[in-house]
Design a protein around this ligand. Structure first.
Ligand code: GRG
Length: 322
């Protein structure tokens, strides 16, 4: 896995992507009603960077006692975190389906293809999102192996629900819409928009799930206390850097590379990081966040070879072109 030589990130991505996608296909192999499952598979199985699933794996691998084996070899790190990593990718995909709907961001393209509602219609897209949300929890609860004690699993399921709902993605999305003029203007006026507010929106809309990725990976293989907290904070900061990069790409990217329509934030007059700080300052803040993230990892005391995948994920998150 991790050696003393330079870390081979492309191979790592390929390896994790194929493991994740094989399991996702298995967890989404239902067929009744056929159109519903097709719509669910359409948004989960094709494309996507899989950065969230990878992050869950990388956090677990960094923390686990022995690379690849825990609890006297009773289960591998991959066995332990796979249901959680798949559940995360399902919730992420459902959030994109709902985000793209005409009542929200109204997007026609995602991952280089027509959005779910363009192919299956709005009603089915909405329902496929709903079904993915609950299937994700079912997979996490049912398939996490017994080597993870049941109370720890309950902790992980509870946190997963928390970051997905009003305290995380849903709450962040509500405020995000309020600042793009799609919800009552009155709400935007009540809250007011400044750096603190925008940071809070980014942290909930994007950071909450990324934070869950790194925390859950570490927690499932035994991290507790300060170490678990460090992984939570790591994901939060990574989420902010990831979302600022997303705001930058909306301005600087093109449809072919992005796989979705650029310039949407400007068109919706959305309050983004770039709108608040400009391109140059936003880039500088992203590189400061990258330094903070690397420092945070160093302070965990985890050996550098075991942190290599996490550092590579950070670098990818902030230098990506889509
Ligand atoms: C979770 C119950 C529930 C509802 C969803 C619509 C909504 C509520 C939330 C929107 C959240 C959202 C779309 C946040 C943006 C996060 C973001 C930067 C997504 C893009 O992630 P990438 O670039 O996408 O990792 P790929 O396609 O690579 O997977």
């Amino acid at each position: 896995m991790v050696s003393g030589t330079a870390f081979d990130f492309p191979s790592y991505v390929q390896d994790k992507r194929s493991l994740l996608e094989a399991c996702l296909a298995e967890y989404l192999s239902g067929n009744e009603p056929p159109a519903l499952w097709d719509s669910m598979r359409y948004s989960v199985l094709e494309g996507g960077k899989r950065i969230r699933g990878m992050l869950c794996f990388a956090a677990a691998e960094a923390v686990a006692d022995e690379a690849g084996s825990l609890a006297g070899g009773a289960a591998s790190v991959a066995d332990i975190v796979m249901p959680c990593a798949c559940a995360i990718e399902m919730v992420h995909a459902m959030s994109l389906i709902h985000d793209d709907l005409p009542v929200m961001d109204n997007d026609d393209f995602r991952r280089g293809r027509p959005t779910n509602h363009k192919v299956y219609g709005e009603a089915l897209a909405l329902l496929a999102g709903d079904a993915l949300l609950v299937r994700a929890t079912e997979v996490l609860a049912r398939h996490t192996p017994p080597v993870v004690d049941r109370q720890s699993l309950v902790d992980v399921i509870a946190e997963f629900a928390r970051v997905s709902g009003a305290y995380g993605l849903v709450g962040g999305q509500v405020d995000d819409l309020a600042f793009s003029g799609q919800l009552a203007q009155q709400l935007a006026e009540q809250i007011g928009v400044d750096e603190k507010t925008l940071r809070s929106i980014h942290q909930r809309k994007t950071g909450a799930l990324l934070s869950f990725c790194s925390w859950s990976g570490a927690y499932l293989v035994g991290a507790r206390g300060e170490l678990a907290d460090a992984f939570k904070q790591f994901g939060e900061l990574l989420g902010l850097a990831f979302q600022i990069t997303d705001d930058l790409l909306d301005v600087t990217g093109d449809i072919k590379t992005l796989g979705k329509t650029p310039g949407k934030d400007e068109a919706a007059q959305k309050t983004t990081w770039v709108r608040m700080f400009g391109v140059e300052k936003s880039r500088q803040q992203v590189s400061e966040l990258q330094e903070q993230l690397e420092e945070l990892l160093r302070q965990t005391g985890i050996a550098s070879g075991r942190r290599a995948a996490l550092n590579a994920i950070v670098n990818y998150a902030v230098t990506r072109q889509n």
